[in-house]
Design a protein around this ligand. Structure first.
Ligand code: ADP
Length: 513
C-alpha cells in the first residue's frame, strides 16, 4: 500500500520520497488505526492525511481551529488538483447548504471544518449520510488544558466521531506537545501508544541566539538593516509594541509590514499577502501572525520580547528555515518583559490550577534565557527528547568565554535564602545580599543576618541575574504564582553541603551578531 501512497505523493505533490514519519503514519491510517503524528513545524504533517484522503473511498474530514486559514489551505489543494472545500462560520447559510449538497454528491475528497461544528446535532446527522474513512485533527494539542492553546470544543471531537457509522480512523497532528500533552492526546482520542509517531523535534538548520543586556531597538535596527533583503518576522508580545516598532522603522525609512489582531481583516489580509509574495520582506507581528502560513524562505525570526511559553516560542521560531536553509532565531531579552507576560496571564487565566501551569511555563521560558547550555538541547528536553550532542551553533555553544567557579557565591545566595526561611523572591534576597537599606529589609530585621551585605561588591541587579542563573541551573526552584518564592532545590542542598560545584561563564554577557 505504501508503494501506492508513493505514487500519489509523486502524482499530486511532485515529491519522490516520504519525509521522516510520513510513511508510518500513512500506513497506520490505511490500516484503519487511530494514530498521532508529532512532527516539527514544516515537517510535512498535511500530507499525512491528504494522501490517505486521496487513496480511501469517501470524504476525509479535517478539523482545524484556524478558520482564517481554511480558505487558503483549500485553495492550494484545489490548485494541486485535489477536490477540497470547507464549511465554517464565514459562510452564509445558503453557501453552507450548497456545499453540503456538493459534499453529498461526492464532489470532494477533503472537507475542512472547525471543531465547534461537531457540536451541532444536525451536522452529525449530515455526516452520518456520508462515507468518512478518516478524521484528521489538526493542532491536536488544543485538546489539552496543559498545552498552550486549549480549546474546550476539542474535547467533544472523540464523542462526535464515535457516533459516525462509517467508523473513521482518527489522525491527530501537532508540532508542539510536551510529554504531558502527548499523553492527553492519546487518552482523549483513544490512540494506542504504539500508533504514536514522534519524529525528532530537532531543526538542525536553525541557529538559536539569546541576546541580553543590549539596547534592543538599536540591535534590531542594525540587524534589519543588515538583513533587509531576507524575509523575516519580528514577534512582539503586544499590539502596542508592534505599532511602536513599526513606527520606529517607518521613521527610519525602512519598509516593514505589521500584523496583529487589532487591524482590520482587509489590512491583515493585505499585509499577509504582501509578505507571502515577498513585496514586504520583514513583518512585525504579534503571535496572531503565522499560524499555518507556509512560507518556506523565512531567514530569521526575532522575538523582540520574551514569549509566554516554550511551545509558542518554538512554534514561532520554527517558521524560519522551513526550506532547510540555515536561518536565525534570535530572542532579545529584557527582564521587564517577564512582567508583561505575567500581566497577560493574570488578565486571562482565572482558574487557579491553569494559572499556576501558565506561570510554570513562563518560568521554563525564562530559564531558556538564562541557561548557559546548548539552546537547541534545552528546547528538545522541554519536549521530552534527550539529545547528548550539543548543536554547536547556538549562541551558547559559540560562547567562548571561560567558565569560572562560582560555588562560593552560590553558597552565599543559598544560605541567605535559608536564613530568610525561603519565603521571599529575587528582589528581597538580592537586596539583603547587597546590603540594601530597603524599608522592608530593615522592618524584617534582615540587616542583622550574617549574610546581609555579603555580596555588596556587586550591584543588586547583578546578584539578581546570578539568582536567575541558579534558577535556570535547577539549583534554586521557584514556587507560587504572581509573587514567586524561591526555594533551595535538592541540587542546591548539595551545593550548600559542598557536594556539588557551580560554574558560570565569565560575566558580563555581551552578545551581538
Ligand atoms: P507542517 O504542517 O508539518 O508544518 P506542511 O505539511 O505544511 O508542514 O509541509 C511543509 C512543506 O514541506 C510543504 O511545502 C510541503 O509541500 C513540503 N513537504 C511535505 N512532505 C514532503 C516530502 N515528502 N518531500 C518534500 N517536501 C515535502
Amino acid at each position: 500500500m505504501i508503494t501506492e501512497a508513493k505514487k500519489v505523493l509523486k502524482q499530486y505533490f511532485g515529491y519522490d520520497e516520504f519525509r521522516d514519519g510520513q510513511a508510518s503514519i500513512i500506513q497506520y491510517i490505511l490500516d484503519g488505526k487511530n494514530t498521532v503524528g508529532i512532527m516539527p513545524t514544516g515537517g510535512g504533517k498535511s500530507l499525512c492525511y491528504q494522501i490517505p484522503a486521496l487513496m480511501l473511498d469517501g470524504v476525509t474530514l479535517v478539523i482545524s481551529p484556524l478558520i482564517s486559514l481554511m480558505k487558503d489551505q483549500v485553495d492550494s489543494l484545489i490548485h494541486q488538483g485535489i477536490p477540497a472545500t470547507f464549511i465554517n462560520s464565514t459562510l452564509s447559510n445558503s453557501e453552507v447548504e450548497n456545499r453540503m449538497e456538493e459534499i453529498s454528491s461526492g464532489e470532494y475528497k477533503l472537507v475542512y471544518i472547525a471543531p465547534e461544528r461537531l457540536e451541532s446535532y444536525g451536522f452529525i446527522r449530515f455526516l452520518n449520510t456520508l462515507p468518512i474513512p478518516l478524521v484528521a485533527v489538526d493542532e491536536a494539542h488544543c485538546l489539552s488544558q496543559w498545552g498552550h492553546d486549549f480549546r474546550p470544543s476539542y474535547l467533544g471531537i472523540y464523542n462526535a466521531v464515535n457516533q459516525l457509522r462509517s467508523n473513521p480512523a482518527i489522525l491527530a497532528l501537532t508540532a508542539t506537545a510536551t510529554p504531558q500533552v502527548q499523553s492527553d492526546i492519546l487518552h482523549h482520542l483513544h490512540i494506542p501508544e504504539k500508533y504514536k509517531v514522534l519524529t525528532g523535534f530537532q531543526r538542525t538548520n536553525l541557529f538559536f541566539q539569546v541576546v541580553k543586556g543590549e539596547d534592543r531597538k538599536r540591535w534590531v535596527e542594525r540587524y534589519v538593516k543588515k538583513n533587509q533583503q531576507h524575509s523575516g518576522i519580528i514577534y512582539c508580545a503586544t499590539r502596542k509594541e508592534v505599532e511602536n516598532l513599526y513606527l520606529f522603522f517607518e521613521k527610519k525609512g525602512v519598509a516593514v509590514g505589521k500584523y496583529h489582531g487589532g487591524l482590520s481583516d482587509t489590512l491583515r489580509q493585505e499585509q499577509q499577502e504582501a509578505f507571502l509574495n515577498d513585496s514586504i520582506t520583514i513583518m512585525i507581528a504579534t503571535n496572531a501572525f503565522g499560524m499555518g502560513i507556509n512560507k518556506s524562505n523565512v531567514r530569521f525570526v526575532i522575538h523582540y520580547q520574551i514569549p509566554k511559553n516554550m511551545e509558542g516560542y518554538y512554534q514561532e521560531a520554527g517558521r524560519a528555515g522551513r526550506d532547510g536553509v540555515e536561518s536565525e532565531c534570535v530572542l532579545l531579552f529584557s527582564p521587564q518583559d517577564i512582567q508583561t507576560q505575567r500581566y497577560i496571564i493574570d488578565q486571562n487565566i482565572i482558574n487557579p490550577e491553569l494559572h499556576q501551569n501558565e506561570m510554570q511555563k513562563l518560568r521554563d521560558m525564562v530559564d531558556f534565557v538564562h541557561t548557559e547550555s546548548c539552546l537547541q538541547n534545552y528546547i528538545l528536553a522541554y519536549f521530552g527528547e534527550r539529545v547528548e550532542e550539543a548543536c554547536g551553533h547556538c549562541s551558547n555553544c559559540l560562547d567562548e568565554r571561560e567558565s569560572e567557579d562560582v560555588t562560593k557565591e552560590a553558597q552565599m545566595v543559598l544560605s541567605c535564602m535559608m536564613r530568610m526561611n525561603e519565603r521571599f523572591g529575587t528582589s528581597l534576597i538580592s537586596g539583603v545580599l547587597t546590603g540594601s537599606k530597603n524599608k522592608k529589609i530593615l522592618d524584617w530585621g534582615f540587616d542583622r543576618l550574617s549574610t546581609y551585605g555579603l555580596m555588596k561588591d556587586q550591584s543588586q541587579k547583578e546578584v539578581g541575574l546570578f539568582i536567575d542563573y541558579l534558577i535556570s541551573e535547577g539549583i534554586i526552584q521557584v514556587e507560587g504564582g504572581s509573587f514567586p518564592v524561591l526555594k533551595v532545590s535538592s541540587k542546591g542542598k548539595e551545593v550548600l553541603m559542598g557536594e556539588r560545584t557551580v560554574s558560570r561563564k565569565v560575566q558580563p554577557t555581551v552578545s551581538a551578531i
